[in-house]
Design a protein around this ligand. Sequence first.
Ligand code: SF4
Length: 293
Amino acid sequence: MDTIRFSIATHRGCYGECNFCAITVHQGRKIIWRGRASILNEARALTEHPRFKGIIQDVGGPTANMYGIDCARKEKQGSCPDKRCLFPKICSRLTVNHERQISLLKALRAVSGVKKVIIASGIRHDLILADKKHGAEYLKQVVRHHVSGQMKIAPEHSEPHVLDKMGKSGREELITFRDLFFDLTKRGKQNLFLTYYLIAAHPGCTDDDMARLRSFALRDLQLLPEQIQIFTPTPSTWSTLIYWTERDPFTGKACFVEKTRQGRERQKNILADRRTKKPPTVRWKTKKRNSHR
Ligand code: SF4
């Protein structure tokens, strides 16, 4: 309960729309965010709680850095029915500006009785990169003050055709973000790590794709990720639709789905096997990503 008791929800909704995630389905694509005064009042109230030790465990929502960032169209007309906000590329009508968040975090740090404010909610690294004016400053603030030990991001995979089935951005953004993160930690003389969340056995993903992901992790990220989950069909998601129909609903084309328990475990183990850190020999596939959405 302590994690929840001393956390502050700043907003709800998510326009990330990852195909395997149900958050957009039950919270909507429009971000509803609280006013700054209301959030600061809650922080002050927490400091009066007898069990509060000065640490706010999380300030965020489904995606922490969507606070205060949304497009004007949704207010009057709702979200576009035929277009996504972030995929396959960030919509030009979405004004990505982290200034409001930087200011809020600064104010929270200044609340008397608060020693540390952690951002435990997920952060979209592609949104940070899209904010040319304040993205780097936001990340700097997060790295300096709001992560403890490691920052978690969720690239989920490395292979373009699997990422396409997931509705996620590509590995180029991940590498750019990683470089920016380590540049900031180096300059700040901080010993911080990036933790990568990845999915095995997502519809469209084969053993070979997991082997390529392993090679990518070892060669480009220089580690073997530990946070690997096997895809679980969740009600109402596009990925679940692909899982059951074995067909991509956006193209109508057949899609490979690993459904056996052994096969799903095997996919995870291809990446998780820590006995050897040698990258497996695989053929590199460069497949163009769909732009059908
Ligand atoms: S205009 Fe762009 S950001 Fe706004 S709802 Fe449509 S796709 Fe999303």
